[in-house]
Design a protein around this ligand. Structure first.
Ligand code: TYD
Length: 200
C-alpha cells in the first residue's frame, strides 16, 4: 500500500506520517518511510538545489522539473521496489505537492503539469492521501521564531493562500483517495482519525 501525506509547511503532516510509520513498525508490519524531495543520493542533491536560498533566480518550470526528477529517482529506486516486495510505503509529499505548489501556486499550466507528474511518478498513484488542511495564518503561528526560511518558505502569504486552495481543489477532484483532516486539531485526535480510516 502506498500512503502519502500532504499539506503546507507547518501543517503537521510530517508528524502524522512519522506517527503512522512508528505505529506500523510496532505492529511488525513491513513498512518504510520516505520524504520528498529526497530519499535517494541523487534526490538529496536535487533537494539541496531546490531549497538553497542562493538560487533565487530559479524559474517555476525549472523548479517543477527538478522536483519531478527527484521524484522519478525516488519512485524507481525506492518506492516501486518496496511495493513489489509487499511493503507499506509512507511518503511525506508526492506529486500532489507539485500540483499544489508549482501548479496552483506557481501557475504552471495544469495540463502539462499533470502529464509530467505522470511521467515522473511512473504512473504510480497513492492509494490514500491525507491532506492536513490549515490556513496560512494558522500555520505561521507554529513556525519557530529561531529557524530560518528555506527558498520556498520565504514566499509570501498570497502564494501560500493559493497553495492551500489548490490542495482543497485537488482533494475535491480525487475524492476516492483523499482524506482531508483539520490540522488545527490535536495531533492525537488527527492520528486517531487516520487509524480509523486505514483500519489496520
Ligand atoms: P521541506 O523542508 O521538506 O518541507 P516540509 O517538511 O514542509 O515538507 O521542504 C520541501 C519544500 O518543497 C516545501 O516547502 C514544499 C516544497 N515542494 C514543492 O514546492 N513541490 C513539490 O513537488 C515538493 C515535493 C515539495
Amino acid at each position: 500500500m502506498f500512503i502519502t501525506f500532504e499539506g503546507i509547511d507547518f501543517s503537521g503532516k510530517s508528524t502524522q506520517a512519522k506517527l503512522l510509520f512508528d505505529y506500523l513498525k510496532k505492529k511488525k508490519k513491513k513498512v518504510i518511510f520516505v520524504r520528498e524531495p529526497g530519499g535517494t543520493k541523487l534526490s538529496e542533491k536535487i533537494r539541496k538545489l531546490l531549497l538553497d536560498k542562493k538560487n533565487d533566480n530559479m524559474t517555476y518550470v525549472s523548479e517543477f522539473l527538478l522536483f519531478s526528477a527527484s521524484r522519478n529517482q525516488l519512485t524507481n529506486e525506492v518506492i516501486i521496489p518496496h511495493l513489489k516486495k509487499g511493503y507499506i510505503v509512507i511518503c511525506d509529499r508526492y506529486f500532489d505537492s507539485s500540483t499544489a505548489y508549482q501548479g496552483y501556486g506557481g501557475k504552471i499550466e495544469l495540463k502539462s503539469l499533470i502529464l509530467v507528474n505522470k511521467l515522473a511518478s511512473a504512473s504510480l498513484t497513492p492509494e490514500r492521501t491525507y491532506l492536513l488542511n490549515i490556513s496560512y495564518k494558522d500555520s505561521v503561528k507554529r513556525k519557530s521564531k529561531t529557524g530560518t526560511d528555506d527558498r520556498i518558505e520565504k514566499r509570501k502569504e498570497e502564494y501560500y493562500n493559493k497553495v492551500v486552495k489548490g490542495y482543497l481543489e485537488i482533494a475535491k477532484l480525487n475524492k476516492k483517495r483523499f482524506r482531508v483532516l483539520n490540522a488545527t486539531e490535536t495531533k492525537e485526535k488527527i492520528f486517531n482519525k487516520i487509524l480509523q480510516d486505514l483500519n489496520i
